[in-house]
Ligand binder design. Structure first.
Ligand code: SAM
Ligand code: SF4
Length: 335
């Protein structure tokens, strides 16, 4: 890693002046959980192994992105930790010039075993999905009886010294809307950043508008018990963050449905199949995998990426349109 990443390149600046600095890479479309809000009940058509980007391909593309101003990479999926060799990938990406941070989003099922290895490989930040603090509800929403293991995994990540550790909670009316204050209490003694995410519509995820718990509703509910104090927010920050005096951790809200943060969006996504996406809610723009396997040079790949970035729109579609165009499941897109 270098102290001075090259952010002078304009190749990754979109037509609205937003420099793309944050690459989210889905390393697999497979998952060992079956979260109802993410995975369609009937499952998804899984990609063949050779269709998925190899680690060498991911590393090469990451170098190209880093050479043009990307300084942060997040690995996601599907469940990234179930792909063999993920520790080696974290290590390779951490060593790329210009990459300041390699982060991971996981369901936490392997953390108990892997957290220390992740840390040693250079992992800088970890997001763990945990939508309830009730064991029975956990089994109901994920389809897996893994609550205790995930809780032990979160502790293992803290013990390994990974910081920050964030816990992502998808807020769903009728499921966990009585637990917001409990999650805030969870940050009392643990240096964890709990983030409540408004429920988003994707293919086959049992979404309906009346199941969204709006940010303001969550805030009101939590303020009945806790003194939430707003923190200053950077322009490109997706989470509205709050502290509670005396708590080791903090709380945030990702308000994708009621108040978007598109104007500061610096994210670009690579699917497990190597397609480039400029927004979670639009279909992929092009296949970097096919270009790479067709013999494209790094310069040609950079040009293709730049052309795609120039197509990035000002913001995501409005809610009605999102519902109409949500043809892909979250697990297949890569969250
Ligand atoms: N398997 C990993 C995990 O669960 O953290 C990584 C992939 S998952 C698709 C990435 C993130 O997307 C998770 O934090 C999950 O809670 C979030 N997510 C999935 N479906 C969602 C939805 N419908 N609305 C909001 N967030 C969602
Ligand atoms: Fe798997 Fe993560 Fe989707 Fe749950 S949210 S089904 S753990 S990819």
């Amino acid at each position: 890693m270098t102290d001075e990443p090259d952010t002078s390149s304009s190749l990754l600046v979109d037509t609205f002046g937003r420099q793309q600095t944050y690459l989210r890479i889905s390393v697999t479309d497979r998952c060992n959980f079956r979260c109802k809000y993410c995975m369609p009940e009937e499952g998804i058509d899984l990609a063949e192994r050779e269709e998925v980007l190899s680690y060498e391909e991911i590393t090469r593309l990451s170098r190209v992105f880093a050479a043009h101003g990307v300084n942060k990479i997040r690995l996601t999926g599907g469940e990234p930790t179930i792909r063999k060799g993920i520790v080696g990938l974290i290590k390779s990406l951490s060593q790329i010039d210009g990459i300041d941070s390699v982060a991971l989003t996981t369901n936490g099922s392997t953390l108990e075993k892997q957290a220390a290895e992740f840390k040693a490989a250079g992992l800088c930040a970890l997001n763990v999905s945990l939508d309830t603090l009730h064991k029975d509800r956990f089994a109901e929403v994920t389809g897996r009886d893994e609550f205790d293991r995930v809780m032990r995994g979160i502790d293992a990540a803290l013990e390994a010294g990974i910081a920050p550790v964030k816990v992502n909670v998808v807020a769903m009316k009728g499921f966990n809307d009585d637990e917001f204050a409990d999650f805030v209490a969870f940050t009392k003694d643990r240096p964890i950043h709990v983030r409540f995410i408004e429920f988003m519509p994707f293919a086959g995820n049992q979404w309906s508008q009346d199941r969204i718990v709006p940010f303001e509703t969550m805030l009101t509910s939590i303020r009945e018990k806790f003194d939430l104090q707003a923190q200053d927010r950077a322009h490109d920050h997706v989470s509205k963050d709050y502290v509670v005096p005396g708590h080791a951790g903090k709380v945030g809200f990702i308000t994708s449905m009621t108040e978007d943060f598109c104007s500061g969006c610096s994210r670009i996504r690579l699917t497990a199949l190597g397609e480039l996406k400029t927004c979670l809610f639009f279909q992929p723009e092009m296949s970097l995998r096919d270009a790479m396997r067709g013999g494209a040079s790094d310069e040609e790949l950079a040009k293709l990426i730049s052309d795609t970035v120039l197509k990035k729109r000002a913001g995501h579609p409005d809610l009605q349109r999102i519902v109409q165009v949500s043809r892909t499941s979250m697990v297949a897109i890569g969250g």
